[in-house]
Write a protein that binds this ligand. Structure first.
Ligand SMILES: [Zn+2]
Length: 311
C-alpha cells in the first residue's frame, strides 16, 4: 500500500490548477493506493568541525576547542551508530531576512496574486547548499526514527493526515517536543480537486482544528495530498489560516529517488519529500530511508536546513 508519485515530463495532466503560461511544467501524476496515504556563500561547513569559527574570548579558548572536539566526536559517533557513510553537514544559521516566497512559475492558480493565495512552491530561493526535508502522512510511528533524527540533529517538517495519526497523537507530540514543526495534510488525504470548495475547506480547516487541539498550534503550512490542487484548494486553505503550500522537488523512497526535473540532481533550496512508512509498506525502515537520504545529500555537499527558518 504505497503511493507512487511520478513525474510526467510530457505535459500537464488532471489535477493541476489552471496553469498560467502553459510552459513545460512537470506535472505530477498520482497513482495511488493509499498513500498512507545570511551569508551569500554557497559553502556549507562540516558538521561541528572545520570551517570558519567565531573567535571566542582567549580565556575560553581551551574549553571552546575541547567542546568543539567533543561535539565533533559525538556527531561522528552518531553517524557511525546509524550507519551513515559520512557525518551530515551542518546548515548555516537561519537567514536574518527571510526570502520572499512566491508561487513557482506555472504552479499559480487564477487569482493567485490578486487574492493573495498561499503560494505552491517546490524550493526555497537560496544560493546556499541546503535542502529541506518534509515527511508526509504519518502511518509509521517508529521510535528509532525519532532517536536517529535527534542524535544526528537533522531538522524536518511533518505533514500529517488525521486518519493516519489519530491512533497515536502522542508519537507526534514527542516529535514536536524534539523541535519538529507539524503541518497540515488534510483529514482524510483525498484527491482535493475532485471536491467542492466546501468539502475542501472541511478537509483543511478540520485538520487545522484537530492540530490546534492536539498539538497546541494550527499550522501555517499545508500540503495538498499527491501535490494536487486547484483554485478552490488555495482559497479554502487561506480561509483556514494557511500561509504556504510547499510541495516538493524530489521524493526519496527507501530504495530510490525521484526527481521532478529532468536533470536528476539536487539544487540549493530544494524541498525533499518522503513518507512515514515502514516495512509493511516498503522494503525497509524509516532509518533505512533516512540513511539513503542523508548519504545522498551529504555526498552532494548539501546540509539539511529547517524549512520554517525560511518561511
Ligand atoms: Zn500524502
Amino acid at each position: 500500500m504505497r503511493a507512487v508519485v511520478q513525474n510526467d515530463k510530457r505535459g500537464a495532466l488532471g489535477g493541476w490548477a489552471a496553469v498560467r503560461g502553459g510552459l513545460a511544467v512537470l506535472a505530477v501524476a498520482a497513482v495511488v493506493s493509499a498513500c498512507a496515504g545570511p551569508g551569500e556563500d554557497t559553502e556549507v561547513r562540516p558538521a561541528q568541525g572545520g570551517g570558519p569559527l567565531k573567535a571566542p574570548p582567549a580565556a575560553a579558548l581551551d574549553n571552546y576547542a575541547a567542546r568543539r572536539h567533543a561535539d565533533h566526536d559525538m556527531m561522528a559517533a552518531a553517524a557511525r551508530r546509524w550507519g551513515l557513510a559520512q557525518v551530515p553537514l551542518t546548515p548555516p544559521p537561519p537567514p536574518e531576512h527571510k526570502p520572499e516566497i512566491t508561487a513557482r512559475n506555472g504552479f499559480e492558480v487564477t487569482g493567485q496574486e490578486e487574492e493573495d493565495l498561499p503560494p505552491v512552491f517546490t524550493s526555497i530561493p537560496t544560493r546556499q547548499k541546503i535542502v529541506f526535508l518534509t515527511i508526509d502522512d504519518g502511518a509509521e510511528k517508529d521510535p528509532a526514527f525519532l532517536r536517529m533524527m535527534s542524535d544526528l540533529k537533522i531538522p524536518y517538517s511533518a505533514f500529517l493526515s488525521n486518519y493516519l495519526v489519530k491512533d497515536d497523537y502522542g508519537y507526534f507530540r514527542r516529535m514536536q517536543s524534539l523541535g519538529v514543526t507539524l503541518d497540515n495534510h488534510t483529514l482524510t488525504h483525498p484527491y482535493l480537486p475532485r471536491l467542492s470548495y466546501e468539502e475542501q475547506k472541511h478537509e483543511i480547516c478540520g485538520m487545522q482544528a484537530i492540530m490546534k487541539k492536539q498539538f497546541g498550534k494550527a499550522p501555517a503550512a499545508f500540503r495538498p495530498p499527491y501535490g494536487n490542487y486547484n483554485g478552490d484548494t488555495l482559497r479554502a486553505a487561506k480561509s483556514c489560516g494557511i500561509k504556504y503550500a510547499p510541495i516538493w522537488a524530489e521524493e526519496v523512497f527507501v530504495d530510490h529517488w525521484e526527481y521532478r526535473e529532468g536533470e536528476q540532481n539536487l539544487h540549493p533550496g530544494d524541498i525533499v519529500l518522503t513518507h512515514f512508512r515502514g516495512r509493511e509498506d516498503w522494503h525497509g525502515t524509516m532509518a533505512d530511508d533516512m540513511r539513503r537520504f542523508l548519504n545522498e545529500v551529504t555526498r552532494e555537499g548539501y546540509a539539511v536546513a529547517r524549512l520554517e527558518d525560511y518561511l
